[in-house]
Design a protein around this ligand. Structure first.
Ligand SMILES: [Zn+2]
Length: 319
């Protein structure tokens, strides 16, 4: 009897609740967990500058970034792959550490993965002729033996610092055409970064599970990663950082972690360790604060785009 009396109220509540709950939830859900991945660490210092290493700079900027994101989005959980100068998970080699980064991101149910790295460009090599040396050789045999002298140029070799500067934001390379998803497994030449020395196995498109993950990435995470990466690069440009061509795609081993994480992911090269001026900037408070502010601003825009469904929001990942 009691149940019967309550029925109209129950149905009214049941009718009203889901839509309001859904709206609130979908507003909150877009960035529940963000994974921040400071590149390198411990025995892997990454690129070396004149007074600092990539591992140190990446860690300092990542910690500031996490703090700033926490202040801006108090409901978002921040997961760091490392918080001290060690390889993530205290692993003993880079390959295991790389896997740990991806596994942690996935098991944390991350909605976004941000890797922080620093770039490096090799010194420019020069050479010039500084003189000639007379070299004597003999040709032929026996009585036909002839003495030959010739002048050989003498060279001086030296290097000068590479002036390369600016930021680069990477996403995992992928052909937009799903039929060409196999191209993901191709290895491209690395630039500057030390990461490519790791011996990690790249995804194998003939494995159905990995192929499925590539397709999901192609259809969903790629678009989001590109949107976020583009906001970051545009922000750096507006801060006056040197433009190096916008968002780039790369599928070397070092960036494998982006593909391995079942979520939108970007890798930000915040500046060049090999450029003294930029090394100073990314080590200094002003530089760190500007880099962090830019990524947080990009995140605000990205979140807003997700919430207003300018880029479609996905439900929990299959991997
Ligand atoms: Zn790196």
């Amino acid at each position: 009897m009691k149940q019967k009396l309550l029925t109209p109220t129950f149905w009214l509540i049941a009718f009203l609740l889901p839509s309001s709950c859904f709206t609130q939830q979908s507003q909150k859900k877009v960035l529940r967990t963000i994974v921040i991945d400071p590149g390198h660490g411990g025995i892997d210092p990454g690129a070396r500058g004149s007074f600092s290493t990539e591992a140190e700079v990446s860690l300092a900027v990542s910690m500031k970034l996490g703090k700033a994101i926490g202040q801006e989005f108090p409901d978002t959980k921040i997961v760091y792959t490392r918080t001290t100068d060690v390889l993530p998970g205290n692993k003993s080699n880079k390959t295991e550490a790389l896997r740990y980064r991806a596994d942690l991101a996935n098991s944390s149910g991350g909605d976004l993965f941000i890797a922080i790295h620093c770039n490096s460009a090799p010194p420019i090599r020069h050479s010039e002729v500084v003189g000639y040396k007379t070299v004597t050789t003999y040709r032929g045999k026996g009585k036909k033996k002839k003495r030959v002298t010739k002048k050989v140029p003498q060279y001086r070799y030296w290097t000068t610092p590479n002036a390369a500067e600016g930021t680069e934001t990477y996403i995992w390379a992928l052909n937009k055409n799903d039929a060409k998803v196999n191209s993901v497994s191709k290895i491209e030449e690395d630039y500057g970064e030390i990461d490519s020395t790791s011996t990690i196995t790249l995804p194998d498109p003939s494995d159905p599970a990995e192929k499925a993950r590539m397709l999901i990435y192609a259809q969903n995470y790629f678009r989001k990663s590109l949107t976020f990466a583009d906001l970051i690069e545009k922000g750096f440009q507006s801060q006056g950082r040197t433009y190096r061509g916008g968002v780039k795609q790369r599928n070397d081993k070092g960036i494998w972690v982006l593909q391995a994480t079942g979520m939108p992911s970007v890798l930000v090269e915040i500046g060049f360790m090999s450029n003294r001026e930029e090394e100073n900037y990314i080590n200094g408070e002003k530089g760190e604060d500007e880099i962090v502010a830019n990524i947080v601003n990009a995140l605000k825009d990205y979140k807003q785009k997700l919430e207003s469904r300018q880029i479609t929001s996905d439900d929990k990942k299959a991997f």
